[in-house]
Ligand binder design. Structure first.
Ligand SMILES: [Zn+2]
Length: 617
């Protein structure tokens, strides 16, 4: 007796056998019960999800002779004929090989006559998108007003290739990929019916490989059942290794191990796992794609609450992925995804895929923890603020508790008065280690303005006594000039004279901003605008960004007590406005930004990517 493959043996013969597709099944059954079945139906979806199967069940149901509510009955003559493939009134056409106008003409000729023995003539055209344009046109009229005794059912994997004129004349049913759990249950049921034992991991790999297609999965299962060993009692058992060996697939646990090793920066472990995988004879290109898919899933687990909807894996796998994702930043995952994506690309053209993959892991394991620049800037702000507070010996508004304690715990230092000696007496105390660390880094970063730090030290003590409760040092002419928010006359020489005071004022609020302001060459006033000009465009990139500029404008208005607007300008700004700086120049400028360099130095990191353009501003 010839062997019937699983896909045919287990082909659903009625609606409740169909795997997944509940909405479509329900609609079809209701249409049958209420006698509202359309004369032209189109089933679309990826391969092996049940398009032709549903069309055949529908054909059976329409011609079923049973009086029962649930059709098809599968016992009447009509049903049996269709199951056996001998029904004369059911015409199945393969659109790929009968695509011309001649075939359609013959078909139209044929359906003019009433059915021989059954109620309806039913035409099923598979892969209908393969028909020629003329063939489609020849069908139009018939579809518009089909004869009472004819039903058309089309199936296609490429819906977009079907002309809109045809689509609009059909009732459309879109079949979905079958989800992981449904497929998993179905295949487990088949395995037990076929008396084959299959390990959960092996089943999971097959379901994953099937990618939502029932037929693909059944073919794989068939292959595995034939391969698996049979023991003396006649029981066939499919092991994990069998699947790996026959299908070249990798257990998801391997990806979990690799991801954990990469995130821990454990290159040795990565290479070890790769070696094991390689020895199993796995297709590395395929492996690399699956790995990319795994990191995509991690990213989704990290970014969405409802990951189960987007990541189609077994529940326990999802939990593991969520746990991994929880312990790592979104930026790191993104960075790793980019690396593996590039790796997968390189692998496609690599003469030695294994080496390419290993190098990808070398890169990936070096990623470490990636942090958004904004977070780094905020940390730096805090650090510098803390150090400024310590150097000046008074609590800084931005650096709350820790340095206050330092001051308090120091018995040799009375609370406030000695904190404001003459400018030259401000020296770094040994216990102010944090301050000096930051100072030294700042000094390095501010090579362009070496005098800046001395200025800080010099002006701070003078500022401290006057500045009261964190307000700016009142300027000699400021009081009489602020008349209830009325615009005041601010002179260029006032700006020049008070500029250092302003920088100090900004420093109390945003230390990095003050560092940048020091790099500016002579600010000047122009029609109510305070123009701050920089020689090097790299110096002012961050400062001229929306929120930062807004904050700076507010500081200027508060400090000068005048209705003025800040304008940040550089030679390159002018150039780029005129003829547009290339994104590359822009990125280079960002990388040279003193703030960025200071941050990378303090945290001993490196810049791995710079994103620019309107989307990221
Ligand atoms: Zn029947």
């Amino acid at each position: 007796m010839s062997y019937l493959v699983l896909a045919r043996k287990w082909r659903p013969q009625n609606f409740h056998d169909v795997v997944g597709q509940q909405p479509v099944v329900r609609t079809l059954q209701n249409a049958l019960r209420r006698q509202r079945v359309a004369h032209a139906m189109l089933f679309s979806g990826v391969r092996g999800v049940g398009k032709t199967t549903l069309a055949r069940i529908m054909a059976k149901a329409l011609n079923c002779e049973s009086e029962a509510e649930e059709v098809p009955c599968n016992v009447c003559a009509s049903c049996r004929e269709i199951t056996a493939g001998t029904a004369v009134d059911l015409k199945e056409i393969d659109g790929a090989s009968n695509r011309g106008i001649q075939e359609i003409r013959e078909l139209k000729e044929n359906i003019r006559f009433f059915p021989g023995s059954r109620r309806y003539k039913i035409v099923i055209i598979d892969e209908v998108h393969m028909l020629t344009a003329e063939a489609f046109n020849a069908l139009l009229k018939t579809l518009e007003e089909p004869p009472e005794h004819v039903y058309f059912m089309f199936a296609t994997t490429e819906l977009h290739k079907v002309p809109i004129t045809i689509l609009s004349r059909c009732q459309r049913y879109e079949l979905k990929r079958v989800d992981f759990d449904t497929l998993s249950r179905f295949f487990a049921k088949i395995a037990s019916a076929e008396e084959v034992t299959i390990s959960p991991a092996a089943l999971e790999m097959i379901v994953r490989e099937a990618d939502g297609s029932v037929r693909d999965g059944l073919s794989l299962l068939d292959q595995m059942f034939s391969f698996a060993a049979q023991d003396s009692a006649g029981t066939v058992t499919v092991q994990d290794e069998d699947v790996v060996q026959v299908l070249g697939l990798v257990d998801r646990r391997v990806f979990v191990t690799l991801a954990e090793a990469v995130l821990a920066g454990d290159l040795a472990r990565c290479l070890e796992v790769l070696e094991e995988t390689y020895l199993l004879g796995v297709d590395l290109k395929r492996f690399s794609d699956d790995l990319l898919g795994f990191f995509r899933a991690l990213m989704i687990c990290k970014t969405t609450e409802d990951a189960a909807r987007l990541v189609d894996v077994a529940a326990q796998d999802l939990t593991i992925m969520q746990e991994i994702a929880a312990g790592v930043s979104k930026e790191t995952l993104y960075q790793l995804f980019q690396i593996f994506m590039q790796g997968a690309e390189e692998l496609r053209y690599a003469g030695q895929p294994r080496l390419a993959l290993e190098m990808t892991f070398v890169r990936a394991s070096q990623v470490g923890e990636v942090m958004p620049a904004a977070e780094l800037a905020a940390r730096l702000d805090k650090l510098i603020a803390a150090s400024a507070g310590l150097v000046a010996g008074r609590p800084d508004p931005l650096a709350a508790e820790p340095q206050k304690k330092t001051v308090k715990n120091d018995p040799a230092r009375p609370p406030a008065p000695p904190a404001r000696p003459g400018p030259e007496t401000v020296v770094r105390e040994p216990e102010e280690r944090l301050a000096s660390a930051v100072d030294s880094v700042s000094q390095a970063a501010m090579a362009a303005a070496p005098e800046a730090l001395q200025e800080t030290a010099a002006e701070r003590p003078e500022q401290a006594p006057d500045s009261g409760a964190g307000r700016p040092a009142p300027q000699p002419q400021a009081p009489q000039e602020k008349g209830g928010g009325v615009v005041v006359e601010l002179k260029q020489r006032d700006v020049l004279r008070e500029w250092q005071g302003f920088v100090a004022y900004v420093k109390e609020r945003k230390p990095w901003m003050a560092q940048t302001l020091r790099l500016c060459n002579s600010p000047h006033l122009e029609e109510g605008k305070l123009m701050v000009r920089f020689d090097n465009p790299a110096d002012c990139t961050l400062l001229s960004q929306g929120d930062n500029l807004k904050a700076l404008t507010t500081y200027a208005q508060d400090f000068f007590q005048a209705e003025l607007y800040m304008e940040i300008c550089s030679l390159a700004c002018e150039v780029s406005e005129a003829d547009g700086a290339s994104p590359r120049q822009e990125r280079r400028a960002l990388a040279a930004e003193p703030l960025v360099q200071t941050v990378t130095e303090i945290f001993d990191g490196k810049v791995v990517g710079i994103r620019t353009g309107p989307k990221f501003r």
